[in-house]
Design a protein around this ligand. Structure first.
Ligand SMILES: [Zn+2]
Ligand SMILES: [Zn+2]
Length: 312
């Protein structure tokens, strides 16, 4: 098992290897003596890998959230009406989070390719075929557990005020809120998968599936309507899975429904309060937007010397 992993190369902090020493079997680039030194070249490669991964995460976010925002406009044309300032804020925080997600992912991806780090395998026969779906499930369960407990921690008053309030400023959330996190929260999310790949073996294709599920659920859980069939959020199976209906209630009531994919931890810890109410959340948002608009008009008229109740 896992016998095809490459031999580890020299540590990152090593200085240039002596000339007579045999060069590593496969390094990131350097066959000829590097002009700027071995350590500097490795550092540069790590930085480039982190930048590349940041771009991938950022573009993936824009494409996924953009696609589901378009689907929302087609299905519920006015659902995000009046939420443009909030959506701008969600995109800004999400792109900042993409940079934070890209750094550990880029470093680990470089180490996997060039140093044999991680337990990611490329040959599907390195493990039994039945392990493919099991590994996906293991990753989702581990990620969900990490998310549940870090999420609960972020609802403690001090850290909520400092970090998690950014995510809850989306009321109601939209498809663009998937990665709208304060940097502290983004760090807790960014390290989960890069740490798991050192602990649990996974085929590179299965890992892609995990990342796809993570992206799709991150976006759709905040979309403000239910895209999945009823059996996924009601009934026997739905009672254990998390989709937008469940996460909506978290954004309505805060102190409940902390999970990411499964309701297991919420049920076990007594924090599951069932499904949210999309119509009520959007009606409340519409009232807030109307009140804010009326306030702005009144202030404008006061500034122009007109009575607040004056109607044109
Ligand atoms: Zn959320
Ligand atoms: Zn929360």
């Amino acid at each position: 098992m896992d016998t095809r992993r490459r031999r580890p190369g020299p540590p990152l902090c090593a200085s240039a290897p002596p000339r007579e020493q045999k060069a590593p079997r496969r390094t990131f680039a350097v066959q000829a003596p590097p002009p700027i030194g071995y350590t500097a070249a490795v550092t540069l490669a790590l930085i480039l890998s982190a930048i590349a991964m940041t771009l991938i995460v950022g573009v993936r976010y824009l494409l996924a959230s953009g696609a589901f925002a378009l689907a929302t406009r087609a299905r519920h044309p006015n659902l995000y009406a009046g939420l443009d300032p909030q959506i701008r804020r969600e995109i800004w925080w999400s792109l900042a989070s993409a940079a934070i997600y890209g750094v550990p992912a880029g470093i680990v991806a470089w180490g996997w390719q060039n140093r044999g780090w991680t337990r990611i395998y490329a040959d599907v026969h390195d493990y039994p075929l039945w392990y493919l779906p099991v590994s996906v499930l293991l990753y989702l369960i581990a990620h969900d557990t990490w998310f549940y407990w870090t999420h609960r921690w972020m609802h403690r008053p001090a850290i909520f005020k400092r970090a998690h309030a950014v995510h809850h400023a989306s009321r109601p959330p939209t498809a663009w809120a998937a990665m709208a996190f304060h940097p502290i929260e983004a760090v807790t999310g960014a390290v989960a998968i890069p740490l798991l790949v050192f602990a649990i073996p996974i085929h590179v294709g299965a890992l892609s599936l995990v990342l796809t599920i993570m992206t799709v659920m991150g976006v759709t859980n905040h979309m403000g309507w239910e895209i999945f069939p009823r059996f996924m959020w009601q009934g026997r199976l739905g009672g254990w899975l998390i989709t937008a209906s469940h996460h909506q209630r978290h954004h309505e009531q805060y102190g409940c429904n902390y999970g990411l994919y499964f309701r297991f931890w919420d049920r076990l810890c007594g924090t599951d309060r069932g499904l949210g109410d999309f119509a009520r959340a959007h009606a409340q948002a519409a009232r807030r937007i109307d009140a804010a608009g009326a306030g702005r008009v009144a202030a404008h008229r006061r500034g122009a010397g007109q009575p607040a109740g004056h109607r044109d």
